[in-house]
Design a binder for this molecule. Structure first.
Ligand SMILES: [Zn+2]
Length: 202
């Protein structure tokens, strides 16, 4: 029934199957190991943010002028939205102050093609707080400057999505993002909406 070489082929097929199954199992183990490490980083990050985020990024006096919903993960032309947009109901750039949500050090300041005039502040725990599309910066804001929660960073605007100085391509808003690095140093974004709600209550 199996012919002259039948047993050899059957044996070879079984060996091949064993090799493939073993390979898949190893891959699975590696992926779940990575996932659980990344999950641990995320959980630590979430804990830090809950402790660190002492301020809503817009001062109380301007709170009624802005609106926001959970826009994290929403479709955008340039990929999934990695942040939360706080909109100016009056759509007037340069009027609403943007303040730091947490203590930290300015690690990035200046123009980004998508983010426009942006500020990135890194906390002591390594959480990266990202504020984009500003109209202007607070005086003296520079990389390396220590920032306290509540300190003025600049004013809400509509800069970005173009070469340096591009304004008005979209409605006036603050794009607020949160990032952590995983064990391999890859940047991962964390959904900010729940932290904004929490900070707004304080
Ligand atoms: Zn945004």
């Amino acid at each position: 029934m199996l012919g002259k070489h039948g047993w050899i082929w059957t044996f070879a097929a079984l060996m091949l199957e064993a090799v493939i199954l073993n390979g898949l199992q190893q891959l699975n183990l590696r992926l779940s190991g990575e996932n659980s490490r990344n999950r641990a980083v995320f959980q630590a990050g979430e804990q830090y943010i809950a402790e660190e985020m002492k301020c809503f990024p817009i001062p109380i006096a301007y709170r009624d002028r802005i609106s926001y919903e959970d826009t994290y993960g929403a479709y955008r032309d340039n990929g999934s939205h990695e942040g939360c947009d706080l909109m100016d109901r009056e759509n007037a750039p340069g009027e609403i102050p943007v303040i730091s949500a947490a203590d930290g050090v300015v690690t990035n300041v200046g123009w980004l093609y998508l983010g426009g005039w942006r500020v990135g502040i890194t906390s002591a725990h390594g959480v990266y707080y990202y504020y984009a599309h500003l109209d202007s910066y607070a005086a003296g804001l520079a990389a390396g400057k220590e920032i306290k929660a509540g300190e003025l960073l600049g004013f809400m605007g509509n800069s970005g999505e173009g070469e340096e100085g591009t304004k008005g391509r979209f409605a006036t808003h603050l794009h607020f993002g949160l990032y952590m690095r995983d064990g391999e140093g890859n940047e991962k974004s964390i959904p900010p909406y729940s932290y904004l709600l929490e900070a707004e209550r304080e």
